[in-house]
Design a binder for this molecule. Sequence first.
Ligand SMILES: NC(=O)c1ccc[n+]([C@@H]2O[C@H](COP(=O)([O-])OP(=O)(O)OC[C@H]3O[C@@H](n4cnc5c(N)ncnc54)[C@H](OP(=O)(O)O)[C@@H]3O)[C@@H](O)[C@H]2O)c1
Length: 220
Amino acid sequence: MSVALVTGASRGIGRAVALRLGEQGHDVAIGYSHGLEQAEQVAGELTALGRRAVTVGGDLGDPQAPGRIVGEVEERLGGVDVLVANAGIASAPTGILEVALEDWQRMLAVNLTAPFLLAQRVFPGMLERGFGRIVFLSSVAAYTGGLIGAHGVTVNVIAPGLIDTDMLPPEEGVREQLAASRAVGRLGRSEEVADMVVAVVANAYMSNQSIVIDGGTLPT
Ligand SMILES: NC(=O)c1ccc[n+]([C@@H]2O[C@H](COP(=O)([O-])OP(=O)(O)OC[C@H]3O[C@@H](n4cnc5c(N)ncnc54)[C@H](OP(=O)(O)O)[C@@H]3O)[C@@H](O)[C@H]2O)c1
């Protein structure tokens, strides 16, 4: 049976995910930061289900932690087949002006860099075994401008896809392939993104929206 690593599994959503995966027959490594006792309780519940379960501690804000944690799981349970990068921290409910740089950097380290490093570390083994599942826990906040957007200030996101700029691969054949993958049958133009930016700037009522401008994808 497969081995799952669930970070932040001592409490909340991660705990529930670890237990559900155990019920489904996966052996589970339970990631935690401070909650060793809670993590051990989860491990006890999984063991009672007949699963192998280990706890793996570490502060995912430390860039050395993801590699060490995965190494420990490999040693104790075997290669990671299922990664659920769930551990995360929330910002204090303050306004944008009160967010301290160190808090911002800490949030990026735990919520963004650690999931990337975990995925980077488990991916080669998954490729080798021809099986892998990676699940990132994100947030509805990722689809909005967050808490700001009051007092005459709107905040929106524009998410362009396959616009004909220097960012795309230069080879002609590749660009043609990319163009063919768009429902409209071509790459987008910078001016089309600019038109959308101008429309957002001119609009005082739309806030906290993510607008995808990608020519539509072909149904697969
Ligand atoms: N709950 C929501 O409404 C909500 C909304 C949007 C997104 N999410 C996302 O869903 C995921 C789970 O959230 P949750 O509500 O279950 O959170 P939670 O109850 O606060 O649990 C957080 C878990 O992450 C672990 N963790 C925190 N900081 C860590 C660190 N630096 N290193 C390693 N582990 C760390 C904690 O371990 P310890 O117990 O050891 O501290 C705990 O197991 C997070 O990614 C969160 O951003 C949740």
